[in-house]
Design a protein around this ligand. Sequence first.
Ligand code: AMP
Length: 282
Amino acid sequence: MEVITSIEEIQQLAHRLEKEGKKIGFVPTMGYLHNGHLSLIDLIRERSDILILSIFVNPTQFGVGEDLEKYPRDMERDLELCREKKVDYIFAPQTDDIYLQGASTYVSEEGVSQGLCGEARPTHFKGVTTICAKLFNLVRPAHIAVGQKDAQQVVVLKRMIRDLHFPIEVVIGPTLREPDGLAMSSRNSYLNDRQRQDALLIHKALQAGKLLVDEKGVRNVDRVKAELMTVLRSGSFVRINYAEVVDRENMKAEKEIELGRSMLVIAVWVDNIRLIDNILLG
Ligand code: AMP
């Protein structure tokens, strides 16, 4: 496994691989890897000749007062995990090389990135689309793997890839969870024991909502949302940002639940730690 930090080197590599007719599979991450990240590597391994994973804590997707400085980092451990997973190349650029002095060009998606996380974090998705467009230009992947855990991010990236004609196939990996149901996230490392107990309510709420739909046949959105709220409100430290029923293709609020199309999405703060999760219905 080779670690590349320079822009020039990754461009040369991508160019060489392209000339050799090799298909690149790419997993963009912010590091502090967990099994959710590693499952994405497995997901695109068979369709790719070469696997590249990026590790870059992208400053532009953090808002003012968010956790950029304290975002967890452990490059040595990440590299070891990637070596074990037989990743071919790690791309871990410096912030100053990605965002050049005086840079004034951004990529923003203006439809599906509105609402939900886009409302609570107004600059977040512009940061995500900007860094991903840069990474796609540098790495030139044929396939990328992204996690369903970040449902709105998936929809935003698919839209950007389509709108900007990136020749990239998007492969979506299911959400990996801890044994108790908590969705794996680098941010889980912030949680102390009592916060973690409350964080578990997110998955419990999603399951309670899904149970109403799957087993009780409920199709009324308000009824399901009320159930999500009741479970979430049983926690002492949970502040609800949103608990919604949306269309998984465009993240718009649903009026009626439709199996195979609707999705339950939740974002909460447990104290000041923001956590998101979702579950597909049908
Ligand atoms: P991040 O490092 O948080 O930017 O995440 C990098 C990629 O891993 C994104 O595509 C995420 O959606 C995905 N991911 C994060 N958590 C999980 C999880 N629990 N299961 C599967 N994929 C995940």
